[in-house]
Design a protein around this ligand. Structure first.
Ligand SMILES: *Cc1c(COP(=O)(O)O)cnc(C)c1O
Length: 371
């Protein structure tokens, strides 16, 4: 069978720096100590590839990982045989046996989930590991406050379970001055106190930067590991981990009264150079970036003009000096001057969505990591 080297083709190139990912995690772990620092690797490690990312994090010293669902946990178990793996969406009758077989720890979000997991525990001699999630303000997942109080008052209702962790999640952690953060922390402390010495966790990336009070026993950062700004003000304390470059497919000269792209939404008013690059909304370059934001060529901004197509974006490269904007050359789409949070902001979204929706057809290059 013939093979095709995707690095040679005209497609976009996604470069993921595993050393930067490991360094970000170590920076967070240092901030959290003596609390333990875990890592969220749900959604294929925020789109960056759970196999390579989890291996790099494990190499950096991370032993506790969080995923959203059992399928992700089973995949992670194949990558890291010894890791502690928590599954945020808990246990279902259909997933209970797999959770036990793959030694995952479900985060139990309701009394019904407690009972489902206890049914699995009935076949075991030792207590079956579990976490409890108490909702303190998200109204999303987790036990009601009254249900948590009920379990604390009646420990026999947790019979057969070995509760390793009690957690909650903040609604406004990225807004450092929001009083809801402290209210949720206080409520969580009150609700978990009757459970005694069971370790506790409330901090995502942003909450780690709210201070020691929020670190408790274990933290659960995600986006900061991947280079997203956890503090919502400049400068971003985290290292860049992702660069995305697209290839310039064609450059043309256009003059008034021509228009650019679908819907003719951009009208050319003077002599203009347009470069078409090899990335589109199918690659996660969101359609909302049409006529907004820019790519960078040789460090200079090239504004997006016209709508984003499935496979292509058109840039105004009139202002790019010399021969830099040429067919076969590259435009920087994410990374460097095109910061992850900046591009996400232009798209009307957050770094989380931008990363986790990065497409599958890039040529992917991993830098660093253990060989
Ligand atoms: C995704 C997630 C995290 C990680 O959040 P970041 O903001 O990416 O650090 C932590 N806890 C829970 C419950 C999550 O769903």
């Amino acid at each position: 069978m013939a093979t095709f080297d995707s690095s040679a083709g005209p497609g976009a190139v996604l470069t993921i720096d595993l050393d930067a990912i490991a360094a970000n995690w170590r920076q967070l772990a240092d901030l959290c100590a003596p609390a333990e620092c875990g890592a969220c690797v749900k959604a294929d490690a925020y789109g960056l590839g759970v196999g390579r990312v989890a291996t790099a994090l494990s190499g950096a010293g991370c032993t506790t990982f969080f995923v959203a669902d059992a399928l992700e946990g089973a995949e992670l178990r194949g990558i890291l045989p010894k890791a502690t793996i928590y599954v945020f969406n808990g246990v279902w009758a259909e997933t209970a046996e797999a959770l036990r077989t793959f030694r995952m720890i479900p985060v139990l979000n309701s009394l019904a989930q407690v009972e489902t997991w206890q049914a699995q525990a009935a076949n075991q001699s030792a207590g079956l590991a579990a976490a409890l999630h108490i909702d303190t303000g998200m109204s999303r997942l987790g036990l009601e406050e009254s249900e948590a109080a009920e379990l604390a008052a009646h420990p026999e209702r947790l019979k057969g379970l070995d509760v390793k962790l009690i957690m909650s999640h903040l609604a406004c952690a990225s807004e450092h001055k929001n009083p809801m953060n402290h209210r949720q922390l206080k409520r969580f402390q009150e609700l978990r106190a009757p459970f005694g010495e069971i370790p506790a966790s409330i901090a995502n990336s942003s909450a780690i930067f709210l201070g020691k009070d929020y670190h408790l026993n274990l933290t659960r950062p995600g986006i900061a590991i991947y280079g997203g700004n956890p503090v919502s003000v400049d400068p971003n304390p985290m290292a860049e981990t992702v660069r995305l470059r697209a290839r310039i497919l064609q450059v043309r000269d256009v003059d008034s009264p021509m228009t650019v792209g679908y819907g003719a939404t951009h009208a050319v008013t003077k002599h203009t150079k347009i470069a078409t690059i090899s990335i589109g909304y199918a690659d996660g370059f969101m359609r909302s970036l049409g006529n907004r934001g820019c790519a960078y060529i040789a460090g200079k901004p090239a504004p997006v003009v016209g709508r984003v197509s499935m496979d292509m974006v058109t840039l105004d490269v009139t202002g790019i000096p010399g021969n830099e904007a040429r067919e076969g050359g590259y435009a920087d789409v994410i990374g460097g001057a095109a910061s992850l949070d900046g591009v996400a902001g232009n798209a009307g979204t957050v770094s989380y969505e931008l990363l986790s929706r990065l497409g599958r057809r890039f040529h992917r290059e991993y830098r660093g990591g253990r060989k």
